[in-house]
Design a protein around this ligand. Structure first.
Ligand code: AMP
Length: 118
């Protein structure tokens, strides 16, 4: 499947629609989820055109992969949720109900998130 240049996160990256930015570096942009499920709900995305974790983990450079993962940890520290705990989720494909076809990681915290699998 070809990467959809018109997906909503591609538009955010091009500055065509606004986002509540919380972090940016050469490879990564992070912004608040528009329908937050926790007091902290940040989406961390690569600037490169990758559809999902499957695409990113296979085709991204090591620099991009390291940069994105380091960004998750840095944002968690900036948000002050390391001590209290947080959850990192990424949905790939239909069975995971991925909605936006640009790789993204959800960082959730700031309250008791409940059980993940019950
Ligand atoms: P997923 O189901 O993993 O693809 O999650 C997509 C996420 O993107 C959902 O949590 C949406 O609330 C979020 N979302 C969709 N549009 C926007 C937007 N314009 N700005 C911020 N978050 C968005």
């Amino acid at each position: 499947m070809a990467y959809d240049q018109n997906n909503i996160f591609a538009k955010i990256l091009r500055g065509e629609i606004p986002s509540a930015k919380v972090f940016e570096n050469d490879h990564v942009l992070a912004f608040n989820d528009i329908a937050e499920k926790a007091p902290v709900h940040v989406l961390i995305i690569p600037k490169g055109a990758y559809e999902s974790f499957a695409d990113f983990s296979q085709h991204a450079s090591e620099e991009e992969i390291v940069s994105l993962n380091r960004a998750i940890g840095e944002i968690a520290r900036e948000k002050g949720i390391v001590e209290t705990g947080y959850r990192v989720i990424s949905n790939h494909g239909v069975h995971a109900r991925q909605e936006v076809p640009h790789y993204h990681v959800h960082l959730l915290g700031g309250d008791d998130l409940g059980g993940c699998f019950n």
